[in-house]
Design a protein around this ligand. Structure first.
Ligand code: FAD
Length: 438
């Protein structure tokens, strides 16, 4: 094996496609192996319920610098999710209805308080764990990383309703339980937005790509000379200082100078690596991260006014909001923290859940992709558990010989977002090229 052999990139989501573009631009040959019959990974723009919909990653923002650079580079256009007018929320076991602003006002005090220490604890959001050993900053960071979001919420001086709505918001954002998700994970989002929670909320869920995530991803892929192979499921990787040998499920092997693996943390254990990866990486993969949620679309009879709805943990969905209208019906997107809470492919089950907010809502059809059951994903958007920011992240980012991990799960900044996937693809491509040049 030699450095003139191709670099093998495993996975054609945003991280893999970005790494492939960067490496081919540096004159490297790239073989891009994707298990599915499509590119995109956790972004999936496809025809459902009467129009093209995003079943996975969707919203982007100019506060997310890596995806924004790609938006600029390829001239991608944005559209905006409708600003909600009505608000529906469940707290204290009761349904409430008012304006969206009334609901936001109830959330505001707690959301501000939770993010209050973000800039003090994470002054450099792209180097959150790089603090001077033995310093007071390190002690503060380590102490904070012991807390879950639920621990932090319990410390805040809030009314019961404020507390419950804040818990709903972070159950939604973590795509999993607040007693697992790390407090620092929440602070990292705040820190990336200058400590402003409303800006953070806007960055996470307002602007979408007009022609879908697939259009931006395809533009990046078209800018590379990578040899894309679909239906190429990788089962094992042997690596040594001279190169790598990648085995596929069909029994074939591909030899390369280095390998970039972009599998989500919760799916990383599905590939056998030899020699085995460092125990720190294996332990992180075994532990996994927080997210285990669901995103479901519902086609609702008639035109409903733009709304947003929130509900606490225990309710099968934490958020629902109007996204589009189509042929006299409305398309509602909803997110929940437990993909197994009900059968989200069942129209009646989803209708019953939505009726907890809007009693007369009439669901015509539903669509979703079960990312947690999907063997190539096993999670939604990655959200660190308590302890993982100061624990496993640095090890996960450390290459081992010719083996490199890339992806949203291992990003420095907007981990869990399309932006983080692109950031990591850029970072790792540079590191691979440097390693092969040295
Ligand atoms: C429901 C949902 C909603 C989201 N909402 C947003 C949002 O609004 N905004 C935002 O920015 N982000 C959002 N995200 C997160 C965002 O989509 C991801 O962080 C990002 O797309 C991850 O890109 P990636 O390349 O790191 O990983 P992935 O997209 O997961 O790519 C990994 C690739 O590896 C492939 N693969 C896996 N195993 C193998 C194997 N053995 N052999 C070969 N290939 C394999 C997979 O098929 C996949 O294509 C959302 C995610 C989900 C699931």
């Amino acid at each position: 094996m030699s450095n003139s052999q191709p670099v093998i990139v495993v996975g054609a989501g945003f991280a893999g496609v970005t790494a492939a573009r960067e490496l081919t631009r540096r004159g490297r040959q790239v073989v891009l192996l994707e298990a599915r019959d499509r590119i995109g990974g956790r972004t999936y723009y496809t025809e459902k319920l009467g129009r093209k919909l995003e079943l996975g990653g969707t919203w982007v923002h100019w506060f997310q610098p890596h995806v924004w650079a790609e938006v600029t580079r390829y001239g991608a256009e944005l559209t905006q999710s409708p600003a909600p007018e009505k608000g529906y929320w469940i707290v204290g076991g009761c349904r409430h209805e008012g304006t969206a602003d009334e609901m936001l006002d109830l959330l505001d005090t707690g959301a501000r308080a939770l993010g209050e220490d973000s800039l003090r604890l994470i002054p450099h959001p792209y180097a959150p764990y790089e603090v001077e050993a033995g310093s007071a900053a390190e002690a503060a960071l380590l102490a904070a990383d012991k807390l879950t979001v639920a621990d932090k919420i319990a410390q805040l001086d809030l009314s019961d309703d404020q507390r419950e709505l804040l818990d709903a918001f972070w159950t939604l954002s973590l795509s999993g339980p607040t007693n697992v998700g790390g407090y620092l994970q929440a602070l990292r989002w705040h820190a990336l937005c200058g400590g402003d929670w409303l800006l953070m909320f806007e960055a996470c869920a307002t602007y979408r790509l007009k022609n879908g995530t697939a259009s931006l991803l395809q533009a990046i892929l078209d800018d590379s000379d990578a040899d894309l192979r679909l239906g190429a499921e990788v089962t094992a990787i042997d690596h040594d200082p001279a190169g790598v040998r990648v085995r596929l499920a069909d029994g074939s092997t591909v030899a390369g100078s280095a390998v970039v693996v972009t599998l989500p943390l919760n799916a990383l254990g599905s590939i056998t690596v030899s020699p085995a990866l460092a125990e720190g990486k294996q332990a992180a993969a075994r532990e996994g991260q927080t997210s285990q949620g669901v995103k479901v679309w519902a086609r609702v009879r008639g035109i409903v006014p733009p709304f947003a709805a929130l509900a606490p943990a225990g309710h099968p969905l934490q958020l629902a909001q109007l996204e589009y209208t189509v042929d006299g019906d409305s398309l509602v997107v909803a997110l929940g923290a437990d993909s197994t809470a009900v059968d989200f492919a069942d129209r009646e089950a989803v209708q019953e859940v939505l009726r907890a907010w809007i009693p007369d809502i009439d669901v015509v059809d539903v669509a979703h992709h079960d990312w947690v059951a999907d063997p190539y994903t096993r999670e939604t958007w990655p959200m660190q558990r308590a302890g993982q920011l100061t624990g496993a992240l640095a090890e996960l980012r450390r290459p081992e010989g010719r083996f490199f991990l890339a992806g949203s799960d291992y990003a420095r900044g907007w981990m869990g977002f399309i932006d983080g996937a692109i950031e990591s693809g850029l970072d790792v491509a540079r590191a691979v090229d440097a390693a092969l040049n040295s």
